[in-house]
Ligand binder design. Structure first.
Ligand code: ATP
Ligand code: MG
Length: 555
């Protein structure tokens, strides 16, 4: 794939260049910190390409760290899918995958250190009371009655919390910062809570779990991360990130930098919503080809290179924006136009019989696998008296704009002969069921001898050898550009986002490789689906030949 050759440049890389030039760092260490509570999506790909891409380009390292502080919502199956997706995208993480839960002992010790320094306290206020005391954006909060508890008592209470003596919600450990801070996250945030949950990594060892803001910065520091890159919604939390690092005994000072999230039109990129689509059965699963997940895009026929190229083209800034689906599609189309072998498939077949082609006679034609790349070779195309063509490629009457087969006129069969439609047979409803033609035997690979002009070319498959196939055509999953802005995004689901057609592919594709994608000539780019069987091949349409996103469902 023709990935943009030059290294990308962006404000984060400029910061790194400066930090290396000034000697602040000798080596760049980044990390990608997914929470294992869902599958990765194209937005995560942006973060992956940024973090791993920087590590590659600067000869640094990038850790894969599961941010697993919320055992109730996490699952080992997500841990596995995330590793698979990062590898598939073509990136290698530094050493073994890590887990925030690897650091639970250290995190607990740092919490105790904050208590000892008088910088954390156990609060027994209810959720409701904590919320009321927090204040608002325009009003300062109020100090909790537990804020001035002695260090000794706090140590004892935190020990009791850890020992399971308090119920969930009954006690929490809060950092003692500033209830009047203009940043809400600095108003004595909870850093540890009671949760009686089995954890996929630590089992039943803990009944207290550290909160994200406390965990993330310490995990970064323990791993020696130099540049901790996250999305803009954590901008305010940077104060808390820095406060924790400053107030514990650790001699590494990672710096957090924020960039804008990827938003993509006509889809949703929040795990909460993706989980809902899967759980409520609006899609077939996490890897449904309509999903914006890495697994869905892979099943749809996207290549790792096309996704990396997309991430390069969208760039990294601090500006919030909405990217058009056409941007993503252009990347896979560019890739497949160059790399996908050509083949023929008929999605809505109608029978064409060549009456002057001798009954029982067969021949083998040859076709190039790529029109502009001879190195991709040729393939054999069986040909005989009966073939399938696309129903929409025939009309009994049409004006000159219709460059396909018309009754009484000629058209070229791709890679084969010129045929002329002589008469049709119809069913009771008046639908054409068979088109009877004659062919000009002297037109294989050349124009008709008498100088007749035949402009149209249509695709076909040999009826005797064609393999039955199902074609799944996908349209956008939502009817509106920004479904997340709807009152209920589920109402904006496009009911026609999947159209299934039953047709034929040339015999060469009877047992297609799962690794390849094809351009079905005149139709689009397709790949074989994992649910194909020996009776029937299933093809997923990756993308149309041109930017016809809006038209797929009408075709
Ligand atoms: P979601 O909002 O979908 O639940 P998240 O941020 O909670 O996403 P994480 O698993 O915590 O999901 O994300 C891991 C990393 O990927 C984080 O650093 C996060 O900032 C980044 N990330 C998540 N979504 C996007 C996005 N749309 N664009 C860019 N980066 C993203
Ligand atoms: Mg998150």
């Amino acid at each position: 794939m023709a990935e943009t050759e030059n290294r990308p440049t962006n404000f984060i890389r400029q910061i790194i260049d400066k930090d290396l030039a000034s000697g602040l760092h000798q080596q760049v260490k980044t990390r990608f910190p997914p929470e294992p509570n869902g599958y990765l999506h194209i937005g995560h790909a942006k973060s992956i390409c940024l973090n791993f891409g920087i590590a590659e380009d600067y000869q640094g390292t990038c850790n894969l760290r599961f941010d697993d502080t919320n055992p109730a919502k996490e699952d080992i199956s997500f841990v596995n899918s995330i590793q698979q997706d990062v590898s598939w995208l073509g990136f290698e993480w530094n050493e073994d995958a890590r887990y925030s839960s690897n650091y639970f002992d250290q995190l607990h010790a740092f919490a105790v250190e904050l208590i000892e320094k008088g910088l954390a306290y156990v609060d027994f206020s209810t959720h409701e009371e904590v919320r009321e005391m927090r204040g608002t954006l325009t009003e300062p909060g109020k100090n909790s009655p537990y804020r001035d508890t002695s260090v000794e008592t706090n140590l004892a209470e935190f020990a009791k919390m850890t020992a399971g003596e308090y119920a969930e919600g009954q006690a929490s450990l809060r950092a003692k910062i500033d209830m009047a801070s203009p940043f809400m996250c600095m108003r004595d945030p909870v850093i540890y809570r009671v949760k009686f949950a089995h954890h996929h990594q630590t089992g039943d060892k803990w009944c207290v779990y550290p909160m994200y803001d406390f965990t993330h910065c310490i995990s970064d520091a323990l791993e020696g991360i130099t540049h901790s890159l996250c999305t803009l919604e954590f901008q305010d939390n940077r104060r808390l990130y820095d406060w924790v690092i400053e107030n514990i005994s650790i001699d590494c000072t990672p710096r957090q930098y924020e960039f804008s999230r990827l938003n993509l039109e006509y889809t949703v990129l929040s795990k909460r919503r993706l989980i809902q689509l899967v759980d409520e059965g609006h899609v077939e699963g996490w890897d449904d080809p309509r999903m914006p997940t890495i697994a869905g895009l892979r099943r749809r026929g996207y290549t790792p290179g096309s996704i990396r190229e997309f991430c390069k083209r969208i760039g990294v800034t601090k500006m919030d924006n909405m990217v058009e689906m056409g941007m993503l599609e252009a990347c896979i189309r560019d890739d497949l136009n160059t790399n996908a072998p050509r083949a023929m498939a008929v999605l809505e077949p109608v029978k064409l019989i060549i009456e002057n082609y001798p009954e029982g006679e067969r021949e083998t034609l040859s076709a190039p696998n790529h029109p502009n790349d001879e190195s991709m070779g040729t393939r054999s195309l069986p040909f005989g008296r009966e073939i399938w063509i696309e129903a929409e490629d025939f009309r009994e009457e049409a004006n000159k704009k219709f460059k396909r087969l018309v009754l009484g006129k000629e058209v070229r069969l791709r890679n084969a002969y010129v045929v002329k439609a002589e008469r049709v047979e119809k069913d009771e409803q008046g639908n054409v069921t068979t088109i009877y033609c004659t062919y000009d035997a002297d037109t294989l690979g050349k124009d008709p001898a008498d100088g007749r002009k035949v402009k149209g070319v249509i695709h076909w498959v040999d009826a005797a050898t064609a393999a039955p196939a199902q074609f799944r055509l996908y349209d956008r999953l939502f009817n509106v550009p920004n479904p997340a802005a709807q009152e209920d995004f589920v109402d904006a689901i496009n009911e026609d986002s999947l159209v299934i057609k039953q047709g034929y592919v040339e015999s060469n594709l009877a047992n297609p490789s799962q690794e390849l994608a094809w351009q079905f000539e005149r139709t689009g780019y397709f790949c074989a689906d994992k649910n194909s069987t020996s009776e029937q091949v299933i093809f997923n349409q990756t993308v149309g030949l041109r930017d016809t996103w809006a038209k797929i469902s009408n075709s």
